[in-house]
Write a protein of this length. Sequence first.
Length: 117
Amino acid sequence: QVQLVESGGGLVQPGGSLRLSCVTSGFIFSTYDMTWYRQAPGKMRELVATISITGRSTGYGDSVKGRFTISRDNAKNTMYLQMNSLNPEDTAVYYCKATSRGGYGFWGQGTQVTVSS
């Protein structure tokens, strides 16, 4: 069955870094666009970063541009999110999503990121 498993979240101090991973199985990873979303308590889920099938095209939400980097390894069926210069506003549950060219999507269960001193 389809699985997307996020990991790498945790508690980090402001200014720190984390690297999230999304390990997938059960579908042809290399044919899906991949996206990171996040949802903070009481807020709408927002797009963090997205990456195309080949990895050549990426996009970022305004609040993370210049601080976060999305990447993927199609040989490992895995997507990553390198997060630097974290601040308390980055505190949220981070989700990965796989989207087919036909618009069909799969979600992971999420990983908690907490930025606090």
